[in-house]
Design a protein around this ligand. Structure first.
Ligand code: C2E
Ligand code: MG
Ligand code: MG
Ligand code: MG
Length: 291
């Protein structure tokens, strides 16, 4: 527990320093107020189908705009919210807000699947499956329009318990993605033990697939392995057309990154989703593979 605490504090700038602890204390004080004052919001980042260029889904990403501190990045405040337990309240709100948004895109005639990040505490609580299915029911959203993203740390805390919750969600039709695969232990055992529909390959693995043959071979192998196991793959942090072209050749299912779109406010999602299609059209032309 001491180790985990250290790692979380370390995500604050100036880790371990007085400034770092002071910053954490400040965030810890302001976060409950931010939540009550409605200073938290969601942005959405499009997920592009690599083969067709179509955008069928988005990832919901928390934003905190504090009147005094300005924009506080989630990498800084999520660990604080996990320390204080506030993440349970915030996580429940994220689920509601994402469902309400999914409903409104559906009602407008362009349904999008929404991926929601789930904290280890939510997964370990033992009520995640019920919470997610309850939110879907309240908003009248088909399970196929919802995906949750978990991290491997969450699964490792209680593998058997996590597997039960995830199986229940998958059986109901909800997608389950393993986020940031490649950043921690990334064991094959985990891929075997966890019920999953998708693995998101971490940006650090995707960064040099267009410049480093060895990096490309590893990602290609991972995509093939998961494909054979019936698990879809998403590449995170795609920033260059050359990376997208490499992912096309590898048969990777989905791409996410600044190349396709940055995270945007909900109102801008339809426009950002159309941009995704243009992106692949020009990529294919650029490679001379027409049409
Ligand atoms: P994540 O779930 O892996 O989300 C992807 C992060 O990568 C986002 O950072 C996104 O803005 C960023 N990103 C996407 N494409 C690119 C790219 O091409 N280049 C670069 N450099 N970055 C890219 P963000 O929004 O700052 O979120 C950071 C992390 O905070 C998330 O990582 C997730 O772990 C956590 N988080 C965000 N929202 C929530 C939430 O609602 N609940 C929980 N529990 N965690 C959240
Ligand atoms: Mg995520
Ligand atoms: Mg990720
Ligand atoms: Mg992450």
């Amino acid at each position: 527990a001491k180790q985990a605490g250290k790692r979380r504090v370390g995500r604050i700038s100036n880790p371990g320093s007085l400034a770092g602890f002071a910053r954490e204390a400040l965030l810890r004080r302001r976060l409950p107020r931010a939540f009550d004052d409605g200073a938290l919001s969601l942005e959405y980042q499009p997920l592009q189908d690599v083969a067709t260029g179509a955008v069928h889904g988005v990832e919901a990403l928390l934003r905190w705009r504090d009147p005094e501190l300005g924009q506080v990045p989630p990498a800084e405040f999520i660990p604080v919210a996990e320390h204080t337990g506030e993440i349970l309240r915030i996580g429940a709100w994220v689920l509601e807000a994402a469902c309400a948004q999914a409903r409104s895109w559906s009602d407008a005639g362009s349904p999008l699947k929404v991926s929601v990040n789930v904290s280890p505490l939510q997964l370990v609580s033992g009520t995640l499956a019920g919470d997610v299915l309850g939110a879907l029911g309240r908003h009248g959203i088909p399970a196929g329009l919802m995906e949750i993203e978990i991290t491997e740390g969450a699964a490792i805390l209680d593998l058997a318990g996590a597997a039960v919750q995830l199986r229940q969600l998958i059986d109901a039709g909800v997608g389950v993605a393993l986020d940031d695969y490649g950043t921690a232990h990334s064991t094959i055992a985990l891929l075997r033990a966890l019920p999953l529909t998708t693995v998101k390959i971490a940006k650090s693995f995707i960064d040099d697939i267009d410049t480093d043959a060895r990096a490309a071979t590893i990602v290609h192998g991972l995509v093939k392995l998961l494909q054979a196991a019936g698990v879809k793959t998403t590449a995170e942090g795609v920033e260059r057309t050359e990376q997208l072209a490499a992912l096309q050749n590898m048969g990777c299912d989905t791409a996410q990154g600044y190349l396709i779109s940055r995270p945007v406010a909900a109102v801008n999602v339809p426009a950002a989703a159309r941009h995704g299609i243009d992106c692949t059209a020009s990529l294919v032309e650029g490679l001379g593979k027409g049409p």
